[in-house]
Ligand binder design. Structure first.
Ligand code: NAD
Length: 487
């Protein structure tokens, strides 16, 4: 393996500098089970260096004085530098976590670049001040929207570059400075983002990178000079981070887990639905936070729906993510596969029926592969219907009438996403109004850059994407000014 993948540096203050940590974290290729490289397990000195650089850049560097248009120009340069690394990024992430190459290109290059350009556009239009006529006195209020300061960003491994960019791009547009702690499983690819920031000539300290396990993330969250935390990851970690931010009284955005329901109505065009489902079910080996994993199907068409999902599962081509024929790679780690296997046991133990899958494939004999799995005859009280498995496992639940279907969809701790599949899209919209989820799709589910995205209930707090995603990095100041005699 190429030894340059063993990183012993962090990116801070506009340069790669040696880590002060002696600990390292290996990055394992889940397809080959071989070590791909390693990164530092950054300790408090590294974190302090990175946060200190971000703080100086915010308070005394040029970023704090830059106009929104100057920030937008820098973001466009970063987008171009990232685009130039697109092939390397896509390939590296596929090797780090097993995402098929085409999906990786879309999510680790095209998506992040589009996100940067979208927020650069919002920065160009940004008006920091607005004037309101005062209600309580003769005068006016100047309302200012100011950047929150230094942002600690913590990303997961499942869409590593995109989920770093949903924080970085709006934070930069707002005028914040940043420190990223990527997931250990995909930390090598984060160095390509740092290289792009370096090439794009972002002012020193605007973007900084530290690496390591959860302990490094927690050092960043706890750091007294971090003014805001943006996190995507599991609900368990999110609760812990929220508690720390509550104690510090700093704002936090949390994008957490899900158990999204797909409500199938009895007038569904099944073929049209199945055509939309490959990515929404088994894409990225089911390791997608908004994956539709709970199918709620009418008794009258239950067997047809189960049969359709079975065909979808058996049509997946498992293999090397770098092979263009592959539609599904391995799971990210051995631990993740063990987690999926334990849920399959819980499902069968509770009386659900494995229609297809439920085991490791006999071939290729190495790699953390698991067969796409469909459970039928499940009810909503089973762990396979209630808990996030984060693997290629679908659970199909029966209902008798529409009110029951909506009640089952809402009977969940989560509320990240959902969808309805029907021959009558207007009626689908009516179902959307009744489901408790932050995002919802009618006969499709496609998150949109221009609209807020995030969860209800245990799926999170706050929103990413859209202008709302930028507002999360701004704070408001009201300046009360009396009427000048000339006014
Ligand atoms: P995770 O919570 O284990 O880790 C996420 C990140 O948090 C990693 O970088 C990790 O090192 C760091 N971390 C762990 N403990 C920490 C702590 N105490 N303090 C600070 N940082 C800490 O999650 P994961 O397994 O990497 O990711 C999968 C989870 O992410 C799933 O639950 C999935 O649903 C969720 N997810 C949510 C969204 C969303 O937008 N809602 C998107 C993708 C993934």
């Amino acid at each position: 393996m190429d030894t340059t993948l063993d990183r012993r540096d962090i990116y801070a203050d506009g340069r790669f500098q040696p880590t002060t940590s002696t600990g390292t974290v290996p990055v394992v290729n889940p397809t080959t089970e071989e070590v791909l490289g390693s990164v530092p397990a950054s300790g408090d000195q590294d974190v302090d260096t990175a946060v200190g650089a971000a703080r100086r850049a915010f308070y005394s560097g040029p970023w704090g004085r830059a106009t929104p248009v100057e920030r937008a120009d820098a973001m466009d340069r970063l987008a171009a530098a990232l685009e130039r690394r697109g092939d390397d990024l896509a390939r590296l992430v596929s090797q780090e976590m097993g995402m098929p190459l085409e999906l990786s290109r879309f999510n680790n290059m095209f998506g992040p670049v589009s996100t940067l350009r979208y927020y650069a556009g919002l920065a160009r239009e940004f008006q920091a001040e607005e004037t309101r006529t005062a209600v309580n006195y003769p005068g006016r209020t100047v309302l200012r929207r100011e950047p929150v300061g230094v942002v600690g960003m913590i990303a997961p491994w499942n869409y590593p570059l995109q989920l770093a960019m949903t924080k970085l791009a709006p934070a930069l547009a707002a005028g914040c400075t940043t420190v990223l702690k990527p997931a250990p499983e995909t930390a090598l690819s984060a160095y390509l983002l740092a290289e792009a920031a370096d090439e794009a000539d972002l002012p020193a300290g605007v973007f900084n990178l530290v690496t390591g396990l959860g302990a490094t993330g927690e050092l960043l969250v706890r750091h007294p000079q971090v003014d805001k935390v943006a996190f995507t990851g599991s609900t368990t970690t999110g609760r812990r981070i929220a508690a720390i931010c509550g104690d510090k009284l700093v704002p936090v955005n949390l994008e957490l887990g899900g158990k999204s329901a797909a409500i199938v109505l009895d007038d569904v065009d099944l073929d049209a639905m199945l055509a939309q489902l490959p990515f929404l079910t088994f894409g990225n080996s089911g390791q997608t936070c908004f994956a539709m994993t709970r199918f709620i199907a009418p008794r009258s068409r239950y067997d047809e729906v189960v049969g359709g999902l079975e065909r979808l599962a058996t049509s997946q081509v498992l293999g090397d993510p770098l092979d263009p024929a592959t539609t599904m790679g391995p799971l990210v780690t051995e631990r993740q596969r063990a987690r999926v296997e334990s849920y399959v046991r819980l499902g069968t133990g509770a009386g659900a029926r494995v229609v297809t899958g439920g085991r490791r494939p006999p071939e290729p004999g190495r790699g953390y592969f698991f067969e796409p799995t469909v459970f039928a005859d499940a009810d909503n009280s089973m762990p396979i219907a209630r808990e996030e498995i984060f693997g290629p496992v679908l659970t199909v639940i029966r209902y008798d009438d529409e009110a029951e279907a909506v009640a089952i969809a809402n009977d969940s701790d989560y509320g990240l996403a959902g969808s309805v599949w029907t021959g009558d899209p207007e009626h689908g919209l009516d179902i959307a109004r009744r489901v408790e989820a932050g995002t919802f799709g009618v006969n499709q589910y496609i998150p949109d850059l221009g609209s807020p995205w995030g969860g209800y209930k245990a799926s999170g707090m706050g929103r990413e994407y859209g202008p709302e995603g930028m507002a999360a990095y701004l704070k408001t100041k009201a300046v009360f000014t009396p009427l000048a005699t000339s006014d």
